[in-house]
Design a protein around this ligand. Sequence first.
Ligand code: URA
Length: 282
Amino acid sequence: MLSLLNWLQAMGADAAVGDTAHDWLSRGNDAPGSAFAWPERGDPAPGLKPPSDAPRAEARPSARPPRAASAVEPGRPRAVTPLGASEAETNARRIARAANTLQELEAALQNFDGCGLKATATKLCFYRGAPASDLMIIGEAPGRDEDLAGKPFVGKAGQLLDKMLTAIGRTEADVHITNVVYWRPPGNRTPTPQETLACRPFLERQIELVSPKIVVAVGGSAAKEILGASEGIMRLRGKWRELTIGDRKIPALATLHPAYLLRTPAAKQLAWMDLLQIRTKL
Ligand code: URA
């Protein structure tokens, strides 16, 4: 029983959500998370008005039967709007553009229900470190420790990241640390392209507001997303590329994820070479 519980915890089931077991497979092809009490399409979620030209709910055929209002149980996670990927991105872009400070952007994210990850996460993980910095670090996604703390990179990998930054003379006070998605994916799985796409406009606005001289993507998944590349991290790392945000072109470098370095200490020499490049560039 203990092994089973350990396994469940490792898979991300780290909080009790009900007294009775659910047969999730009986939902057929309904996606995970679809059991949340979503408002019907076209009903704007709090703080998220659909664009005036958005098709109305009734105009679209849906494979999913309408959800009864009584499905909303008190104490259930908040409603999350199941927007299509491009619809979520368009909404996100409009909302993110309207934010003129990081505080406004954080408030907009708190109200944004276009990313399905929010339904299963405990807290929003926006950023850690300095609000404005010449060095911006972008990881893949919050993990369990980050989800509980509401800040990126606070677990074991984050502690190693801090040590790596200290090695090039940086502390939390002079670096801005975030992720490509702002909520923890269940079981620490890789975020889906839809989830990343929904968060992308906020990340781009965040980069504009932080205004870094360089951006560092840590790990393969963040590197692919930030650099728009398809190669693996071993090919991508250590080579300067350019990230276009608005009318700015920002030098960007991919490096190895500290979680990988914890598992593969021999790769630290490669990460050290990347860190030296970052120091030189700065
Ligand atoms: N790994 C990441 O990519 N980001 C975090 O915030 C924590 C672990």
